[in-house]
Write a protein that binds this ligand. Structure first.
Ligand code: 5RP
Length: 223
């Protein structure tokens, strides 16, 4: 990652802190942009009630900071979820899962009132799919699901050496034409053996904070 890209991540990470409130339980995603936010979280640590984490990696970082990490099952209201993305459209539909945390990320996004996506401007696209679409699969179903994804026009590639925090495998689907993200999300989720597809179209982000050379650009989802 270039120093410029890292700088943009720090910029949007700082802007995301504006969404924090005293006594809040915060949903936390996974990845380098989220890590840039966690690096700036220290002043907020005594003010937060806790966090719900989307990965073992983020949990370790939160614990190192002294933030109580809570089980989502113990949390009634999750006001804000902050996470990065691998790609985003102007409609705030996303591809996520480059860090293999897509299933827990999708669960927390579903539970949160407001999903704030933080990304540098390289992630903004007109149509999703240049970034290979991650699909988390039950290990014994990997080949079965791969054949079906091929029939759908994709080129699934097994992410060798990666086991998700849930003990599953990842297929990265190249060359898929994602014209209708909501339909493709549903179709892939229906395949037996799929745990989650990294398309966040049915539940997109609510706010996108985009790091650009000219500063932070905010895009609100039109409902
Ligand atoms: C992890 C994710 C990340 O949000 C996504 O990969 C973006 O990561 P980064 O902030 O490092 O660019 O979905 O599963």
């Amino acid at each position: 990652m270039s120093e410029q890209q890292q700088q943009l991540k720090r910029l949007v990470a700082a802007a995301a802190l504006e969404y924090l409130r005293d006594g809040m339980i915060l949903g936390i995603g996974t990845g380098s942009t989220v890590n840039a936010m966690l690096d700036q979280l220290v002043p907020w640590v005594p003010r937060l009630k806790g966090a719900v984490s989307s990965s073992d990696a983020s949990t370790s970082r939160l614990r190192a900071l002294g933030v109580p990490v809570l089980d989502l099952n113990e949390v009634d209201d999750l006001d804000v979820y902050i996470d990065g993305a691998d790609e985003t459209t102007h409609q705030l539909q996303l591809i996520k899962g480059g860090g293999a945390a897509l299933t827990r990320e999708k669960i927390i996004a579903a539970a949160a009132t407001t999903f704030v996506c933080i990304a540098d401007e390289s992630k903004l696209v007109v149509q999703l799919g240049r970034f290979p679409l991650p699909v988390e699969v039950i290990p014994m179903a990997r080949q079965l699901v791969a054949r079906q994804l091929t029939e759908m026009g994709g080129r699934p590639v097994f992410r060798a050496g990666v086991t998700t925090d849930n003990g599953n495998h990842i297929l990265d689907v190249h060359d898929l034409v994602i014209k209708d993200p909501v339909a493709i999300e549903s179709d892939i989720n229906q395949l037996t053996g799929v745990v989650t597809v990294g398309l966040f179209a049915r539940r997109p982000a609510d706010v996108l904070l985009l790091g650009t050379a000219a500063g932070v650009r905010r895009i609100d989802r039109v409902t």
